[in-house]
Design a protein around this ligand. Sequence first.
Ligand SMILES: C[S@@+](CC[C@H](N)C(=O)[O-])C[C@H]1O[C@@H](n2cnc3c(N)ncnc32)[C@H](O)[C@@H]1O
Length: 234
Amino acid sequence: MNDINKQNINKKNIDFFSKNSNYQDNINQIDTYKILYNEITKMVKDTNLLLDVGHGGSFDYDTTKVRKIVGLDLDEMIEKKAIPKNVKLEIGSALQIPKQLINFDIVLFVMLIHHLVGNNVNENLENLNKCIEESKKALSKNGNLIIVESCVPKWFYNIEKLVFKPTSYLINKFMKHPPAFQFTKEIISETLVKHGFKDIKLKNVRQGKFILQYGIKFPTVLTPVQTIIFSAKI
Ligand SMILES: C[S@@+](CC[C@H](N)C(=O)[O-])C[C@H]1O[C@@H](n2cnc3c(N)ncnc32)[C@H](O)[C@@H]1O
C-alpha cells in the first residue's frame, strides 16, 4: 500500500473515531458492548501493565481494575479531561508499534483488526500478520495477547473477499465510517500459530440484540458476525 493510501485510511479512522461521543455512547449503551465490557474486564483485571491498541477513546472494560494502561491509537481520540487517571496516551500505529512500548503484560486489540485494511485482500492479510508480529515486540516474556474481534463465517468471508475492492472504494467515497474487512476465526487463530503464539484460546461471546456495523446500530440477527475473544501467550 502506498503512503498516500495509508494516510487516507488513517485519516478516515481519525475523522470518524476521534472524540466521537456518539460512538463512545453507543459502546456504553448497546447490550453487546455491555456484555463485552464484563468479559474483557474479567480477562484484564489485576494486570500490572496493559497496552490497549486502537482504544478509540472508549476503553470497553473497567479501567480501574488495571494498574497502568497505555492507550495507542492514530490520534488521542478522547478529550483530555475524560482520560482515566491510570491511562497514558500514545500516538502511533498497530502496524508499527512505537519502539519504546515494551514489557507489557497484556496487549489488547478490541475491534481493531477489521480496521487495518489495505488496497486489496492480500494487503488486509499482510496487515493482520503485521499487527500480530508487532504485538510480540510490545509483550513481556510471559505476556498475553488478547484480541476481541467480530469474525465472520467462511461463506461470508468468501463473498467479502470478492466484493472488497468495489465496496471499500464506495465506502471511502460516500461514508464517514472507514472501510473494514472481517476475518474468520480460523484465519486469526492460524495467524497466531504462524507467529509462534502458544496456548491459544477462543471464546464465543454472547451477543446482545444490537451490534454496531459500520458505526450504525444494527439488529444482531441480521448480521452473520460472531464476537470472539482470542487469548494467546508469547
Ligand atoms: C472500532 S474502533 C474500536 C475502539 C475500541 N477499541 C472499542 O472497542 O470500542 C477501532 C479503532 O482502531 C483505531 N485504528 C485504526 N487503524 C489503526 C492503526 N493502524 N493503529 C492503531 N489504531 C488504529 C481507530 O482509530 C479506532 O479508534
